[in-house]
Design a binder for this molecule. Structure first.
Ligand code: ADP
Ligand code: MG
Length: 323
C-alpha cells in the first residue's frame, strides 16, 4: 500500500541544449525506502537528482511528492533536501551555524535555530564539535555536518549525490552503515546516487539502474542482482558471466560455476586470490568464463594458468537475458 509521501517521476526529461541527459523516465519511490540510483558516469543520475531537488529545471514531465506537483517550487519549499558530493560547507561559519543556516534563511529565531541544529548534530554524533570550523574537521566529520545540515530542514526525501566518494575505503564502509541506520531511524526516503555496485547492494532496499538517460531496471537489490534483465545490468552489477547459447544470451553468476571432474572443457587463463574466494578465469571455446571458487575448495586441488579444467553449473542457474 502506498502512503502519501511517495515521490513520483512522471515522463521526466532533461535536455541541455540538444543533449538528452534524462529521457522520459517514470518511477515511483515508495515512502520510507532506501533507494540507490546506480549507473555509469554520464548516464543522468545527478541530473535526475538535481531536478528532484529543484537545483536544475525540468525540461519535460513532472515531479510529484505526496500528490502535489513540486516541479516548479523552489528547493526549500519542496520537502526535499540534498547533500552534495563536495559537502559545500561555508568555511567561515562554525559547524553549528552551518547546520542552522537554512533555518536562519527561513527566519527562525536564534534559540530555535540552535536547538534544532544541536539536535541534528547529536543525531550524527557531532554535538561535541559544534563550535569548530569546517577546516578543523576530518573528511568523515565534514560529511556528517553536511548530513545534519540537509536533515535540519526536516525533509521527506533526502537526496545524496555520491556522498561517500570523498572518503577512504575504510571510512566509506563505516559511514554507509551509519547512513543506513539514520534512514531507518528517520523513516524517510533516501535517494543515494552511486556508481559503486557494492555500495548499492549494501544499502539499497530498492535499486534503480540507469543507462543512457533511461532506467534500465528497478527493483529490490537482491532481485536486480540475481535476475538482471539485460546484459548491461548483468555486466554492470558484476559477478556474472554472459553466455551465449544458440541465439539467446544468459547470465550465470560466477559463484555458481564450479571446477568439476566433468563438465565443459576449458583452459585456465588467470588465477587471482581474493581472500574468501579464488577468481579463476578460463577460456571455454570463444567465451571467457569467470568462476569464483571458495578458497577451501580451490586449495584442495589448486589450478594454474594453462591447466585444462572442466567447468560445471546447474542448468537452472542460467538466467535468460532480454535481447
Ligand atoms: P551522472 O551523474 O550519471 O554522471 P549527469 O546527470 O551529471 O550524469 O550527466 C548526464 C549527461 O548530461 C552527461 O552527458 C553530461 O555531460 C551532461 N550534462 C550534465 N550537466 C550538464 C550541464 N550543466 N550542461 C550540459 N551538459 C550537462
Ligand atoms: Mg553525477
Amino acid at each position: 500500500m502506498r502512503s502519501g509521501a511517495d515521490l513520483e517521476l512522471v515522463h521526466l526529461t532533461k535536455r541541455y541544449g540538444t543533449a538528452l541527459a534524462v529521457n522520459d523516465i517514470n518511477h515511483v519511490f515508495t515512502n520510507g525506502t532506501y533507494v540507490c540510483l546506480l549507473g555509469p558516469s554520464g548516464c543522468g543520475k545527478s541530473s535526475t537528482l538535481r531536478m528532484i531537488a529543484g537545483h536544475e529545471s525540468v525540461s519535460e514531465g513532472q515531479i510529484v511528492l505526496d500528490g502535489h506537483d513540486i516541479s516548479y517550487l523552489p528547493p526549500a519549499k519542496r520537502g526535499t533536501a540534498m547533500m552534495f558530493q563536495s559537502y559545500a560547507l561555508f568555511p567561515h561559519l562554525s559547524v553549528r551555524d552551518n547546520v542552522a543556516f537554512s533555518l536562519k534563511m527561513k527566519g527562525e529565531d536564534k534559540a530555535t535555530r540552535h536547538r534544532k541544529a544541536d539536535e541534528m548534530l547529536e543525531l550524527v554524533d557531532m554535538g561535541h564539535l559544534s563550535a569548530r570550523l569546517p577546516a578543523q574537521l576530518s573528511g568523515g566529520q565534514q560529511q556528517r555536518v553536511a548530513l545534519a545540515r540537509a536533515l535540519v530542514t526536516n525533509p521527506r526525501v533526502l537526496l545524496l549525490d555520491e556522498p561517500l566518494s570523498a572518503l577512504d575505503p575504510f571510512l566509506r564502509i563505516r559511514v554507509r552503515a551509519e547512513l543506513k541506520r539514520l534512514q531507518r531511524e528517520l523513516g524517510i526516503t533516501f535517494i543515494h546516487v552511486t556508481h559503486g555496485q557494492d555500495e548499492a547492494l549494501a544499502l539499497a532496499d530498492e535499486m534503480v539502474v540507469m543507462n543512457n538517460a533511461v532506467i534500465e531496471q528497478a527493483g529490490p537489490a537482491r532481485e536486480v542482482f540475481t535476475a538482471p534483465r539485460t546484459e548491461f545490468v548483468a555486466r554492470f552489477m558484476g559477478g556474472h558471466n554472459i553466455i551465449t547459447l544458440g541465439d539467446a544470451s544468459y547470465a550465470l553468476r560466477a559463484d555458481e560455476v564450479r571446477l568439476a571432474p566433468q563438465g565443459h572443457a576449458a583452459t585456465v587463463r588467470t588465477v587471482e586470490y581474493q581472500g574468501n574466494h579464488v577468481a579463476v578465469t578460463s577460456a571455454m571455446g570463444e567465451a571467457e568464463v569467470l568462476a569464483l571458487i571458495p578458497d577451501h575448495d580451490f586449495f584442495k586441488d589448486p589450478k594454474n594458468p594453462g591447466d585444462a579444467v572442466s567447468l560445471a553449473w546447474d542448468e537452472g542457474r542460467l538466467h535468460r537475458l532480454q535481447a
